[in-house]
Design a protein around this ligand. Structure first.
Ligand code: PMP
Length: 354
């Protein structure tokens, strides 16, 4: 062991889904949008010139914050933007989760919460989901240093109603409650209106899924001005320029084309409804999906077997070798053509395993 190693922060990093290096993969493993971003986004990116690269970006991210504030009918002082919602969530953890009581999040949930908590030395308690994978508001009424949950939840795709978020925000005025709405645009009702009533509620969203900009890295949080300025102060204490100017402009262009946004969302939700039927006919079942992915198990063939057989056919889905969910596959909704490839492959695999 090298002598300096005693002072290294020990971490167990988050493992993202695989980004294949080969071309012909049907990629249904990281909940990306299968459609391109709005046409105006490419135009905004093409406008890059030398000055853009030479200069620092706007540290206050004003253009994008204004666009988001207008779109969601909130004040500019109620919006925080970051490098994907991972950056926004990590900043929120650093800013708000400094108490001695454990922060609370579901046991089956976005795996990054535990990674951040471990990395930042934040005590945490995982709340067991019911057998039906539902979150129960009453579980989040106990001493805590903060609360975070995805809604819809990942990897289950289950949406809880706004009343669920309200119960938790109302019961915990002494802690910050983060509703991670990475997948809310796929048919869910956002808790955003509640931020006007609950000054401890922070809602985070992302451009990575519904706005097809995972590669650009844009996320945001909306909440009480005091929450936002606390996050800004923390961000400005480690990096004033998290967002590059091209990402800021791309984000504005994505927000401006609402018709395109709604059109692609409708396409994905149609494909999702079809996928539930088609997979059901093949013997798969799972919770009612409210995100851009399905969480399914097969009536007879183990998930890991299907996962590997799909991978051998260059179709990537996500498999988690974790207690309670190790017989499930998380399948991102692709284009209708990609989904046909999946159904055909599944038919073959199931035949081979009969
Ligand atoms: N929250 C949840 C629940 C997610 O699944 C993801 C995607 N990995 C994120 C946040 C972060 O997404 P991004 O950083 O791309 O905005």
């Amino acid at each position: 062991m090298k002598q300096w190693m005693k002072n290294v922060r020990e971490v167990e990093p988050y493992v993202p889904g695989e980004q294949p290096q080969v071309r012909d993969v049907t990629k249904l493993n990281t909940n990306e949008n299968p459609y391109p971003p709005a046409p105006g986004v490419l135009a905004a990116i093409s406008a890059v010139d030398e000055d853009r690269l030479r200069r620092y970006p706007d540290p206050d991210c004003r253009g994008l914050i204004r666009a988001l504030a207008d779109y969601y009918h909130v004040g500019e002082d109620q919006v925080f933007v970051g490098v994907g919602s991972d950056d926004v969530l990590a900043t929120a953890f650093m800013t708000f989760f400094n108490g001695n009581d454990p922060i609370l999040f579901p046991d089956i949930s976005y795996a990054f919460y535990e990674v951040w908590a471990e990395m930042m030395r934040i005590p945490f308690r995982k709340i067991l989901l019911g057998e039906d994978f539902r979150l129960k508001a009453e579980d989040y009424v106990q001493p805590n240093g903060g609360i975070v949950f995805p809604n819809p939840n990942a990897p289950t795709s289950i949406l809880e109603p706004v009343s669920f978020v309200e119960k938790i925000a109302a019961a915990n005025p002494g802690s910050v409650v983060i509703a991670d709405e990475a997948y809310i645009d796929f048919g869910g009702e956002s808790a955003l209106p509640l931020i006007q009533k609950y000054d401890n509620l922070l809602v985070t969203q992302t451009f990575s899924k519904s706005r097809a900009l995972a590669g650009m890295r844009i996320g945001f949080a909306i909440g009480d001005p005091a929450l936002i300025s606390a996050m800004m102060a923390v961000r400005n204490s480690y990096n004033s320029y998290t967002m590059n100017q091209t990402a800021l402009d791309a984000g504005i262009a994505a927000i401006e084309d609402d018709e395109y946004f709604r059109g692609r969302l409708a396409d994905i939700m149609d494909t999702r409804a079809d996928a539930v039927k088609r997979l059901g006919a093949l013997g798969f079942s799972g919770p009612d999906p409210m995100a851009n992915f399905l969480f399914v198990q097969h009536e007879s063939v183990p998930a890991v077997k299907i996962f590997e057989a799909l991978r051998a056919r260059h179709i990537y889905v996500r498999y988690f070798a974790k207690p309670r969910i190790d017989n499930y596959l998380r399948i991102t909704i692709g284009t209708p053509a990609q989904m046909e490839r999946l159904y055909t492959a599944l038919e073959e695999i199931l035949k081979e395993n009969r």
